[in-house]
Design a protein around this ligand. Structure first.
Ligand code: SAM
Length: 327
């Protein structure tokens, strides 16, 4: 039986990661970052690895020519091995953005971003899966920047970007600390949800909590708006309860002042473990000269993404909204 290109790459990543995990006494995800880097460079970079293992790994790497794989095949295979590694232990806030959500974000970015060239930021880039899904779908020249506080995840993002030949500028830092980047035209992010432990830093934000810890996801929204150029768009994966917390009034006032809400697309609850974990996609536009608010924001309750008939109907409605509001 002939195996698919994604399976072929998955097997290579998986088998070589298992060998390195054993040799380096590290976690599967750490070994995955190492093997990805080796594959990209075409040689074994870890000095601790025995000669016999180097030979074995090199033989496996040499059997694959990355030029024969599309960027999407590489992304999907890497996504599958990361998912395998994440099953071992990962906090919910560090989980990779699923494909279906990445596809929807790509569709929205493509629809809203009319210009052929633009700057894109993901301040919670994680493994880079969301960004690379978007980059692989867009037929545009996108200059991308990614930031993450987690050094292993950003290493995976770096390897992911290299293997798919996406020139992404990466920063390993807390995204809520000052960012030394020029304004971007679009932000995409699957927001980490919860409290931000650094109360001192939070003081610099309009959306700081009146007392106690602030919500990291609120500060992330403000930071995204701050680094977006006027009229730029912000696409965020948010918890459904965003506008229901005790600090939501503050958020509404911030929105009134700084952005217009272009749309809220509720993802199907069936995608999540439980109703409380369910999420939506929020689309904002930063205020600027000549901004035109839509007659009505794009408000959509997405059906189960496997329900083709319902999904088709919804996509028709979304397209109609774009024709009426975004010519
Ligand atoms: N879109 C990513 C992907 O496809 O892999 C997943 C994003 S995950 C839901 C949220 C990310 O936010 C995690 O990678 C986590 O390390 C990062 N994060 C949490 N707090 C952060 C902070 N203060 N600064 C930068 N990154 C942070």
């Amino acid at each position: 039986m002939k195996i698919s290109p994604v399976e072929e790459l998955f097997t290579l990543f998986n088998e070589t990661a298992l060998v390195l995990q054993e040799e380096l006494s590290c976690t599967y995800l750490e070994a995955l970052a190492e093997t990805g880097e080796n594959l990209f460079h075409g040689s074994v970079l870890q000095e601790e690895v025995s000669e016999i293992t180097v030979k074995r790994l090199e033989k496996q790497y040499n059997e694959i020519n990355l030029d024969n794989f599309s960027k999407e095949e590489i992304r999907k295979a890497f996504q599958l091995v990361i998912l395998k590694g994440m099953k071992e232990n990962v906090q919910p806030n560090h989980q990779m953005t699923p494909d279906s959500v990445g596809m929807l974000i790509s569709y929205l970015v493509d629809k809203f971003m009319k210009q052929p060239t633009f700057r894109l930021l993901d301040p919670a880039i994680g493994t880079g899966n969301l960004v690379s899904t978007v980059l692989n779908q867009l037929q545009k020249n996108v200059q991308s920047i990614g930031i993450d506080i987690d050094d292993l995840l950003i290493k995976l993002a770096y390897v992911n970007a290299n293997l798919q030949e996406h020139p992404i500028e990466l920063f390993n830092q807390d995204s809520l600390e000052p960012l030394f980047i020029d304004p971007v035209d679009a932000v995409i992010a699957d927001l980490p949800v919860g409290y931000y432990p650094n109360d001192v830093r939070a003081q610099d934000y309009q959306l700081k909590a009146p007392e106690g810890h602030s919500y990291a996801h609120h500060l992330f929204i403000e930071q995204s708006v701050t680094h977006t150029a006027p009229l730029g768009y912000i696409f965020l994966i948010i918890p459904n309860g965003l506008f229901e917390s005790e600090q939501s009034q503050q958020l509404r006032e911030f929105f009134k002042k700084e952005v217009i809400v272009q749309g809220v697309l509720q993802l199907p609850v069936s995608m999540f473990n439980n109703k409380n974990a369910a999420k939506s996609i929020l689309v904002l536009q930063k205020k600027g000269e000549g901004i035109v608010a839509p007659k009505q924001a794009l408000l959509v309750n997405l059906p189960s993404l496997s329900n083709a008939v319902e999904m088709d109907k919804i996509l028709k409605n979304i397209n109609k909204w774009f024709e009426e509001n975004k010519r």
